[in-house]
Design a protein. Structure first.
Length: 255
């Protein structure tokens, strides 16, 4: 397993997909949060202004963090979902999967190594995007920090981001069974839409793909509060998907 983790880590380190996804999320998310806050506070017009008003709750840091929570809920599922799609789908799209049968390392271990590396990357990404957003907010001066418990809010957003990247690991099962990129990308889009629908119907807390986003927005008026049991469904669902993916890799045949 250690050798498999080392190999997968090298793949991730040299992957333009991972590098691009990381850079886009860490750079664009803070800038988008600041941009939407500016539009909302300065009375933007048109579709952008209307969108900003929907995203913003409160003012100052409260508003900035509410936007960040929504960005984390979406970008930290779509971005890592794409990376997970690449990690598992490339073995089929680039026709390297049959060669894995000749390796001394079990295919189950290779799939497990992918998950270990991706989970670690997801944790790092969550910390980076929240830290970058907080730093930008402090440098620009979006408001007084006296009205918010900044440390606690940032910690909650980091945990929510990590839970979101964790549930994104389930896309690996779709990429494996679908033997390629397209089924997994379709699953990312469908699950993102399903999470929005679940929230609209008030059942988002029990839908593992929506619960982290609701947890990130805890305290925002009108947002359903998420309990511990509901949050525990997130790692539980991800664990089942990881186990199913590793089992599939163990039993898969060359076609």
């Amino acid at each position: 397993m250690r050798r498999a983790v080392t190999v997968e880590l090298l793949k991730v380190r040299h992957s333009p997909v991972v590098a691009t996804t990381t850079a886009l999320i860490v750079i664009l998310v803070p800038l988008l949060c600041l941009g939407f806050l500016g539009v909302a506070e300065n009375g933007g017009v048109g579709a952008l202004g209307a969108k900003a008003e929907l995203l913003v709750a409160g003012e100052g840091w409260e508003a900035y963090l509410s936007i960040l929570a929504q960005m984390v809920a979406v970008t930290l599922f779509i971005g890592p979902g794409v990376v997970v799609t690449w990690a598992f789908g490339r073995e089929h799209a680039e026709h390297t999967f049959p060669s894995l049968f000749a390796l001394p390392v079990p295919r189950r271990s290779i799939a497990g190594a992918k998950f270990i590396v991706l989970l670690s990357w997801g944790a790092l990404l969550s910390v980076l995007v929240v830290a970058a957003s907080a730093l930008l907010g402090l440098v620009v001066g979006v408001g007084s920090t006296a009205d918010v418990n900044l440390a606690a809010d940032l910690a909650r957003l980091t945990v929510a981001g990590f839970l979101t990247t964790t549930i994104a690991l389930s896309i690996g099962l779709v990429a494996s069974i679908g033997r390629g990129y397209l089924p997994a990308i379709g699953a990312v889009i469908l699950l993102t839409a399903a999470a929005q629908v679940a929230v609209l119907f008030g059942t988002g807390g029990w839908f593992p793909f929506a619960a982290p986003g609701l947890y990130a927005m805890s305290g925002v008026e009108g947002v359903t509060q998420v309990g511990l049991v509901q949050l525990l469904l997130v790692p539980l669902t991800a664990s089942v998907a990881v186990w199913a993916t590793m089992s599939w890799w163990h039993r898969a045949e060359v076609v």
